[in-house]
Design a protein around this ligand. Structure first.
Ligand SMILES: Cc1ncc(COP(=O)(O)O)c(C=O)c1O
Length: 383
């Protein structure tokens, strides 16, 4: 087999994903996990999972529509809908399964899907599975989106449905989609709006409720709010929230949901506990943002280019892929675990170290990381 630039050397965590963790035998500071709030190792989540194993067993035994729906799955969906302020929610095995299962059902022949050019791969794959026509608008560019929608209005015969899809927070740059403007355009053009809030949940909005809450949008403006339990919630599982009709449609139609086994009870219980923690322990989201502001300022003061991030995802721009890989290796030697993002995951010349902030890091940890960045980047002539 030929080695390519993208062949991943899989780094292995020997223990939980905590701020200081052991990766490939070395104690390092975790700086690239999606476990934003540290919930993956929260005692309430762990206890809930253990209790669920004792009460319900290790597995569900089936797909959801046959014999794989347990009371704990339904309880999770009720609690999630309440948390999101939606009529109903549906939980999928993963976020990928939600996008790949629902998008192709929402739009078919005679419909149009309009997608941000930087949308996540699971949206792209979901879109590939439809017979709908596809159009792309320039990243977060609502003027371009308006033009695409205006052109779509001229189509003959007219499209039956237009579905606009965008990430909420873009995972490579950490910028926030202008969902207020996007949803306004959606309303003006009679289009349905679908947001993938994988990186906004637990981060944006009231108590981490996500981007729809952040922009205070109604369900009439954003019809499908999709998300995942695999990031800030610290567990695994995708979900969609919206109207009761949407959820009824989603579970009757999504093949990934209908034809693949349901979550083990421990997963459902841990997800439920994560929602409870978000509702009752606001300090995690607060400290995530305090840490984010502290780190960004320290990095900018040192002369680093941190792109256009508005969230706890902070890219440290480096340029060439080789240089980003060297910086990542040096950081690891200095005790900081942060991975390079290189071409073709990002455009040529836009390679970076993508850092992701964590609520559980202390000021001492952050100073340690900033010093490691400074020393390694100076040695490589980056700053
Ligand atoms: C924007 C976005 N959507 C969807 C997913 C998929 O989520 P999951 O890990 O739950 O499959 C991810 C994960 O990388 C993501 O970043």
């Amino acid at each position: 087999m030929v080695q390519t630039e993208l062949d991943w050397k899989l780094r292995t965590l020997e223990g939980p994903s905590t701020p200081w963790c052991t990766v490939d035998g070395k104690k390092v500071l975790m700086f690239c996990s999606n476990n934003y709030l540290g919930l993956s190792n929260h005692p309430r989540l762990k206890q809930a999972a253990i209790r669920a194993v004792e009460e319900f067993g290790a597995g569900s035994g089936s797909v959801r529509p046959i014999a794989g729906t347990m009371s704990i799955h339904l309880e999770l969906e009720r609690r999630l809908a309440r948390f999101k302020g939606a009529d109903a929610s549906l939980v999928y095995q993963t976020g990928f399964a939600a996008n790949a299962g629902l998008i192709p059902q929402l739009a078919g022949k005679g419909d149009l899907i309009v997608s941000d050019e930087l949308n996540h791969g699971s949206i792209i794959d979901g879109t590939r599975l439809t017979h709908a026509e596809k159009a792309v608008f320039k990243h977060a560019d609502t003027a371009d989106l308006a033009q695409v929608l205006a052109r779509a209005e001229q189509a003959s015969p007219p499209y039956r449905r237009i579905l606009i899809i965008t990430d909420g927070v873009f995972s490579m740059d950490g910028d926030i989609a202008p969902l207020d403007e996007i949803s306004k355009l959606g309303a003006e053009h009679g289009a349905m709006v679908y947001v993938d809030d994988a990186h906004g949940e637990g981060v944006l909005g009231e108590g981490g409720r996500g981007i729809v809450s952040h922009f205070r949008l109604g369900r009439d403006r954003v019809q499908v709010e999709m998300g995942t339990f695999s990031k800030a919630f610290g567990v695994v599982g995708g979900h969609v929230s919206g109207s009761r009709d949407l959820v009824n449609f989603a579970y009757n139609k999504s093949r990934t949901w209908l034809l693949s086994g349901s979550h083990p009870p421990a997963v459902a219980a841990a997800c439920l506990a994560a929602i409870e923690v978000l509702e009752s322990e606001p300090q995690h989201v607060q400290s995530l943002w305090d840490n984010t502001r502290y780190f960004k300022k320290a990095m900018v003061d040192l002369g680093f280019d941190i792109g256009k991030s508005q969230t706890p995802i902070t890219p440290v721009m480096v340029g060439e892929s080789g240089l980003a890989k060297k910086l990542s290796s040096r950081l690891y030697e200095e005790g900081v675990f942060a991975l390079p993002i290189v071409y073709p995951m990002v455009a040529q010349g836009k390679a970076r170290i993508r850092t992701i902030m964590n609520a559980a890091l202390t000021r001492q940890d952050l100073d340690f990381a900033v010093r490691a960045f400074e020393k390694s980047a100076k040695a490589l002539g980056i700053i």
